[in-house]
Design a protein around this ligand. Structure first.
Ligand SMILES: Cc1cc2nc3c(=O)[nH]c(=O)nc-3n(C[C@H](O)[C@H](O)[C@H](O)COP(=O)(O)OP(=O)(O)OC[C@H]3O[C@@H](n4cnc5c(N)ncnc54)[C@H](O)[C@@H]3O)c2cc1C
Length: 397
């Protein structure tokens, strides 16, 4: 059996890993000219963590993780206004760079990855998919997988234009990595965040004198600015803290990651021999903080179904198994917007009050869960039934 996977991100690579071990002939095409370095930290936990464990990746992931000892909310002068202390190894959360997770998976993938290439067209041909690549070559495969992210090209070619599936969450996000040993020492292994109504800027010190910076801004217009670096300077330049030092050194894309904050909602995830995977069909947004984890879980479930039956039925069962967990996490993500990016002073005051309450016995764990950067672990327990699916499937295997 032959599969062509469009997109060598976390979901596509995880699927390649599983399919090639199940005897499939796999090829990946990736639009980027080379391996994509990451621009932001993610919290990795839940079902994806379990999948990584089964793949034997945990020792490598623990090597590249970053310890986040606390989240400090700071004011414009850099003074800490409230602090959440993170208990070590809480819920086995691993904080790491998106690119480090992708690299650890890719190190174990044997299938060829064709960089600087995408899918130009895809047509059904009996029980196969006929695919033309942007380099002019053709493939006839048993399965074409669109694992090419929230702005998926495969989705556009096979299912229709993006606006039919994209739910814009009224925010835009930017992230980049800066090398500055002195600033990095000053920030340290605490995630620091500055929030004013409608805007959030965060920083965390990485290894080798680097600093990961994240910016989130309320914006009802989904249009991406023509010059995202200039827009970032314009929108955050007045906030104080370390921003006057870091914003003038903001790189242009692709080193600067800039995108809308979105969720993807679709009535179907497959059509004939074409299936979507990860953010392409189930993006939950950074507000839900589960995207990478759910993408790996989805790859595992899809590979598991393909190993247990013919392709058409496997695609339907894959969607049936994943969809309830995805929709639940999406709903929770939407509810979380007001806490991660408070739109009003009232919400900021309420958040700070919650953080103070978090110091009370029994409540701390709950609040650390819900307010940590990039990952809202309150949702973890809601997605736990996905773990049950994974366990059932493992028992079957
Ligand atoms: C700021 C931020 C914080 C986040 N925090 C967390 C977190 O804490 N925990 C968590 O689990 N998730 C988090 N996420 C979400 C997570 O990063 C995504 O859900 C995850 O990366 C999705 O993986 P994917 O492989 O499906 O898609 P992507 O990571 O988008 O990968 C898609 C791949 O396809 C390639 N591609 C795109 N278009 C084409 C094309 N036309 N042809 C060929 N290739 C193409 C891209 O270059 C890329 O390599 C966060 C996201 C953001 C932005």
């Amino acid at each position: 059996m032959r599969a062509l996977i469009c997109g060598a991100g976390i979901s596509g690579l995880t699927l390649a890993w599983h399919l090639e071990r199940a005897g499939w002939e796999v090829e990946l095409v990736e639009r980027a000219p080379a391996f994509r370095e990451s621009g932001y930290l993610i919290d990795f936990f839940g079902p994806g963590h379990q999948v990584a464990e089964r793949m034997g990746l945990l020792p490598r992931l623990l090597d590249v993780r970053y310890p986040v000892s606390a989240v400090d909310y700071v004011d414009g002068a850099g003074r800490t206004t409230s602090r959440l202390t993170m208990p070590p190894d809480m819920f086995q959360v691993i904080s790491l760079l998106r690119g480090d997770l992708a690299r650890v998976i890719q190190e174990q993938v044997r299938s060829p990855i064709r960089y600087g290439t995408s899918v130009a067209s895809a047509e059904r041909s009996g029980t196969m998919a006929d695919v033309r690549l942007t380099d002019g070559t053709r493939r006839t495969v048993d399965l074409l997988v669109g694992a090419d992210g929230a702005h998926s090209r495969v989705r556009e070619l096979v299912f229709g234009p993006e606006h039919r599936f994209l739910r814009y969450l009224d925010h835009q996000v930017s992230a980049y990595i800066l090398r500055d040993e002195e600033l990095s020492r000053r920030i340290g292994a605490r995630y620091r965040m500055l929030t004013v109504p409608g805007r959030m800027a965060g920083g965390y010190a990485l290894r080798d004198g680097r600093l990961a910076l994240l910016f989130l801004r309320h914006e009802t217009d989904p249009a991406i600015p023509a010059d995202p670096a200039a827009a970032l300077r314009r929108h955050f330049g007045d906030l104080g803290w370390i921003l006057p030092e870091v914003l003038p050194r903001c790189p242009p894309p692709p080193e600067l990651y800039h995108d809308q904050v979105t969720q993807i909602e679709m009535a179907r995830w497959s059509e004939g021999r074409v299936v979507l995977l990860g953010d392409a069909c189930q993006a939950v947004s950074l507000f839900a903080g589960h995207g990478a984890s759910l993408g790996m879980a989805a790859a595992w479930v899809l590979a598991d179904e393909l190993a247990h039956g013919e392709v058409a039925g496997a695609l339907i069962r894959y969607e049936e198994r994943m969809r309830p967990a995805v929709e639940e996490v999406q709903r929770a993500g939407r509810r979380f917007v007001k806490w991660m990016a408070p739109a009003t002073r009232r919400h900021i005051v309420a958040r700070d009050l919650m953080i103070r309450l978090a110091g009370l016995p029994g409540l701390g764990r709950l609040f650390v869960n819900s307010l940590s950067p990039g990952g809202h672990r309150l949702i973890t327990s809601r997605a736990d039934h996905l773990d049950d699916h994974l366990d059932d499937a493992r028992d079957r295997a």
